[in-house]
Design a protein around this ligand. Structure first.
Ligand SMILES: [Mg+2]
Length: 327
């Protein structure tokens, strides 16, 4: 079924997502938004291109949820709360009403789950691959945002949740990782398709963590950004990296997959630093947020931004590729 004219498309698929006065029913040229009094605005944007950031076989509803969630994850990393989002999608021929209905249904589910309304955007056609861009608005108490800068040598590197799941899930979906149980394969695929933004953890860490970011390109590469801004190096202990039961099963099939916990992207867990004496506070914040955290290494004197990964014997591991390069 071809796409309906734009006004009909907005009414049918997008108006239900824009149930907030600020969106003006999506009938104006722009939204009118009053940020909560005394708060700082936090703005981020992330785009996804078909065949690059999601698979053509990914269901439309999970593509939508991932698009929103990777943006929410950027707010989580800065300890911010979501306020609303703008959505611009460029669709080629072949992305019909059925696809758009699934996409809108996925967005609506997460609009409710995260209480984040659509404020506006645009839908256009393109001769290229489907390109989906979302701009998220959030807010934070002035001075409370977590930043990538602010860490120092001697501090502990922490991560939330488990690492490597999404990269393993991508391999499952591409048919490059076979032999897992159906349950483990489904778990890893879901971790790739529908990441969990750690919004509560980010907010709980404000005032405790010295620096933070979300792990999108692989822990080794991402922690390098924090180290570089701190003017020091980082050391990660591979055996300390938290892994899911499903990831452990995959590594049992092929030990080389273990390095995806440091080099694999798309996990959207939080990586952050805190002084060594803050362990109890970090663990308290994580408990309040309902998510596990683990110390996985440290910042130390050395070349700014250099990241070393140590194996279980304390020897440096050579990483062929420390994370994803998008360009
Ligand atoms: Mg990010």
């Amino acid at each position: 079924m071809p796409l309906p004219p734009e006004f009909a498309l907005i009414a049918k698929y997008f108006a239900p997502l824009a149930d907030t006065p600020a969106a003006l029913g999506l009938s104006d040229d722009a939204a009118l938004l009053a940020p909560p009094a005394g708060r700082q605005l936090v703005v981020a944007a992330d785009a996804m291109v078909a065949g690059v950031h999601f698979l053509d076989s990914d269901p439309a509803d999970t593509v939508a949820r991932k698009l929103l969630r990777v943006n929410l994850s950027d707010l989580a990393a800065m300890a911010a709360e979501p306020l609303g989002f703008l959505l611009t999608i460029a669709l080629p021929k072949g992305f019909d009403s059925v696809w758009l209905r699934g996409f809108a249904a996925g967005l609506l589910e997460d609009r409710r789950q995260f209480d984040v309304p659509l404020l506006g955007g645009d839908t256009v056609s393109t001769p290229g691959p489907a390109t989906l861009s979302l701009t998220i608005l959030g807010h934070v108490e002035p001075g409370r945002a977590l930043l990538r800068r602010g860490a120092a040598a001697g501090e502990v590197v922490w991560v939330s949740g488990t690492l490597g799941d999404a990269a393993l899930g991508l391999r499952v979906l591409q048919g490059r990782l076979r032999g897992l149980s159906g349950r483990h394969a489904a778990y890893l695929s879901e971790r790739y398709r529908v990441p969990e933004p750690r919004l509560e953890l980010g907010r709980a860490l404000a005032g405790i963590a010295t620096a933070a970011l979300d792990v999108s390109d692989g822990l080794a590469q991402d922690i390098g950004h924090i180290a570089r801004l701190a003017g020091c190096a980082a050391e990660l202990e591979a055996p300390s990296l938290p892994r899911s039961e499903a990831a452990a099963a995959a590594i049992g099939l092929d030990a080389s997959l273990g390095l995806l916990a440091v080099a694999g992207g798309d996990d959207y867990e939080l990586a952050f630093t805190a002084p060594p004496g803050h362990e109890a506070m970090v663990r308290g914040a994580a408990e309040a947020a309902g998510i596990g955290v683990a110390p996985v290494g440290r910042l130390l004197a050395g070349e700014a931004g250099e990241v070393r990964v140590l194996d279980d014997a304390g020897r440096p591991v050579r990483l062929e590729r420390t994370g994803w390069s998008h360009f």
